[in-house]
Design a protein around this ligand. Structure first.
Ligand SMILES: Cc1cc2nc3c(=O)[nH]c(=O)nc-3n(C[C@H](O)[C@H](O)[C@H](O)COP(=O)(O)O)c2cc1C
Length: 244
C-alpha cells in the first residue's frame, strides 16, 4: 500500500521497528529513515541491550526520557518527520500500545535482531515490549521481518530461525551483497534496508537493482569513481549515495 493511502483520513497505521542489542544499529537507522522518507509512520522500540550497541556504534547515550532528542540525533532526520510520524515506546513498558493486537499496526521489523531476540520471539517469551510486539505481529498474521546479526550461528539459533520462518516471519540476515556496486559502507547498509523495504512493499530508491547483465553496477561504479580524486580505501564510511 502506498504512503498516499496513509493520510490522516485513513488513520495512523505504523510500521513497528524493534531495535535489539545486536551489532548493526546502522541497519536500523537506514530502515527507519527510509520508511519515514516514504511517508510511513514508524513506532520505535529500543531494547535495553540496544542502548549499549547504539552507544558503542554511534556514541549516543540513548535515554527514555530524552527519546525525541536522542532519536533525532541518532537518526539525523531533521525535518523528515511529519507530525505523528515517529512514536517511541519504552522497551520495559508491557502496557504500551504495540503489546496488544488491537493497537493498529501494519507490521514489524526487528533490526538488528540479536540471537536473544530471535530466541525470545521464536519461543514466544515476550520478555520485553520488543518481543511481545513481535509475538503480537505473528499472532495477528501481520508481516514480521527479522534481521539477525551474528556469526557463526549456534544450532539453537538456526533452529529458532527455522521456527520463525515456519511461523510466517521473513528471516532476512544482515548479509549485504556486492552485485549492486557498493562503494561505501553506507551502500552496503542500504542494501539490507532496501531488501527489508522490498519485503514490506514500500517504495524506495536505496539501491541499483539487478538488471540481468553481469558487471553493469561495477562498471558504472568504476566510471563514477574515475571522476573522483581518491579511490582508496575502496570501502569507506561516508554519506549515503547510490551507485550510478
Ligand atoms: C557491543 C555489543 C555488541 C553485541 N553484538 C551482538 C551481535 O552482533 N549479535 C547478537 O546476537 N548479540 C550481540 N550482543 C549481545 C546482546 O546484546 C545480548 O545477547 C542481549 O541480551 C540482547 O538482548 P535484546 O535481544 O533484548 O536486545 C552484543 C552486545 C554488546 C554489548
Amino acid at each position: 500500500m502506498s504512503a498516499a493511502t496513509d493520510g490522516p483520513a485513513a488513520g495512523r497505521l505504523p510500521w513497528i521497528v524493534g531495535v535489539s542489542g545486536a551489532s548493526g544499529t546502522p541497519y536500523a537507522r537506514a530502515v527507519i529513515t527510509a520508511l519515514l522518507k516514504a511517508g510511513h509512520p514508524v513506532d520505535v522500540i529500543v531494547s535495553r541491550a540496544a542502548r549499549l550497541t547504539i552507544l558503542d556504534e554511534t556514541g549516543i547515550a540513548f535515554r527514555d526520557n530524552h527519546w525525541a532528542a536522542d532519536l533525532a540525533s541518532w537518526l539525523d532526520i531533521g525535518d523528515l518527520v511529519p507530525a505523528g510520524g515517529l512514536r517511541y515506546w519504552t522497551a520495559t513498558d508491557l502496557a504500551a500500545g504495540p503489546a496488544s493486537g488491537s493497537y493498529p499496526a501494519r507490521g514489524m521489523v526487528v533490526v538488528p535482531a540479536s540471537t536473544a531476540a530471535v530466541a525470545g520471539i521464536a519461543l514466544g517469551l515476550s520478555k520485553d515490549l520488543l518481543q511481545r510486539a513481535a509475538d503480537v505481529t505473528l499472532k495477528e498474521r501481520r508481516p514480521l521481518v527479522v534481521v539477525p546479526r551474528e556469526t557463526p550461528y549456534t544450532r539453537a539459533t538456526l533452529t529458532h530461525l527455522v521456527e520463525l520462518y515456519d511461523a510466517g516471519a521473513v528471516v532476512l540476515p544482515a548479509s549485504p551483497a556486492f552485485y549492486a556496486g557498493a562503494g561505501s559502507v553506507q551502500q552496503l547498509v542500504d542494501f539490507i534496508a532496501a531488501k527489508v523495504l522490498d519485503v514490506l512493499g514500500v517504495e524506495h530508491s536505496l539501491i541499483t537493482r539487478w538488471t540481468g547483465e553481469l558487471g553493469v553496477a561495477r562498471t558504472a561504479d568504476s566510471n563514477a569513481a574515475r571522476t573522483t580524486e581518491s579511490r582508496s580505501p575502496r570501502l569507506q564510511s561516508g554519506p549515503a549515495g547510490n551507485p550510478a
